[in-house]
Design a protein around this ligand. Structure first.
Ligand code: CU
Length: 373
């Protein structure tokens, strides 16, 4: 494969990109106008959050200890080729090298302060739009960074819930970057923790973050998936597939099978697990086969009373949702997008392996399969 970066063609590529997209990619900052209120951050403690790769969440308190903090983190933008299914490669654009990007966790009234780095080895302008934030295109207008630049954005977490973040660098680059993998989620917990439908505190023993991604991989005339040398080179063909609104692959955490087999999520009987599911672009419908959503925050707002005992819950494109479930039986659970064509044939499926003792009161095979009598 030709390495276009090494050939020094990235400037020409960037120029052709502007012509192709018809939108400015100069990375200029949004004019915020006259500042009426200054940030109320004097005296607040600064804490650094170490981000981790999904499905895991960074260390966090479920109930906030003490007052609001400034929660700092750094994310590096990584453009890289990713194998999303065996032998199927995409020119991915990512936060921190993973799809989805890492989960960020803070509490209401904390300040989230992100340092976003776009290394000069990258080829594209990127930014970040936090659905949890207020103003300036979710921060997208203040965070455009060209290769070789970094930016620091601080926003106050005023809304409790789980929210998508994604790159949104303008025009057709917005869907292209989002469906090239450049999205993730942030969880803003109520300071007093999560509440059930009766307003009582509920806690989880563990939490998992599942990022669903729709991919639009071009095929050659023989139906073979094509491979490209850089995001800009893949763009024209990929856009044609995108316009069909028909993904070729749907993944949970970046690769078909990323959360199955040895990489399955795990739990024990009587453990309560919080599942956070995001889809930055397309509707989904989450179902835990053999289980339920005991408490589900549809739409992701923790200020809303959670729905109870759901079989399937929708995740609308551009949102995250959270579901709490206490496992009652051991065994292998499939966690799927319950469009089963999308789950089984396109890849939107994960597993949860649950240890413990079987409860015959809840279910029993009264007679093994055998000849009809
Ligand atoms: Cu981007």
């Amino acid at each position: 494969m030709v390495n276009f970066k090494k050939l020094g063609l990235s400037i020409a590529i960037a120029a052709s990109l502007v012509a192709f997209s018809g939108v400015s990619l100069s990375g200029e900052a949004l004019e915020v106008g006259k500042v009426g209120v200054t940030a109320q951050i004097q005296g607040l403690e600064r804490v650094t959050q170490e981000l981790v790769a999904p499905p895991f969440l960074p260390k966090h308190d479920q109930v906030a200890k003490g007052g609001p903090q400034i929660v700092e983190m750094t994310m590096e933008i990584v453009e890289k080729e990713m194998e999303i299914a065996p032998g199927v490669f995409v020119q991915a654009m990512t936060f921190e090298g993973t799809n989805p990007g890492p989960m960020i966790v803070a509490h209401v009234n904390d300040y989230v302060e992100l340092t976003l780095k776009n290394p000069k080895t990258n080829t594209m302008v990127h930014n970040i739009d936090f659905h949890a934030s207020t103003g300036a295109l979710g921060g997208g207008g203040l965070t455009n960074v060209a290769p070789g630049e970094q930016v620091v954005l601080r926003f106050k977490a005023t809304k409790a819930g789980v929210f998508v973040y994604h790159c949104a660098p303008g025009g057709i680059m917005i869907p292209y970057h989002v469906v090239s993998g450049m999205n993730g989620a942030i969880m803003i917990l109520p300071r007093e923790g999560l509440k059930d439908e009766k307003g009582q505190l509920v806690t989880y023993d563990k939490a998992y973050y599942i990022g669903e991604q729709d991919w639009y991989v071009p095929q050659d005339k023989d139906g073979k998936f094509k491979r490209y040398d850089a995001p800009v080179i893949a763009m024209g063909d990929t856009m044609e597939v995108m316009k069909t609104l028909t993904p070729t692959h749907l993944t949970f955490n970046g690769k078909v099978g990323a959360l199955t087999g040895e990489n399955a999520m795990t739990a024990k009987v009587d453990e309560t697990v919080l599942f956070i599911h995001s889809q930055a672009n397309r509707d989904s419908r989450v179902h835990l086969i053999g289980g339920h959503g005991d408490l589900v925050w549809r739409g992701g707002s923790f200020n809303d009373t959670p729905a109870t005992n759901l079989e399937t819950w929708s995740v609308v494109g551009g949102e995250a949702a959270a579901a709490l479930y206490t496992f009652k039986q051991p065994g292998l659970y499939a966690y799927v997008n319950h469009n089963l064509i999308e789950a089984i044939m396109l890849g939107a499926a994960a597993h949860v392996t649950v240890e413990g003792e079987w409860n015959n009161d809840l279910m029993e095979q009264v007679q093994k399969p055998g000849p009809i009598q």
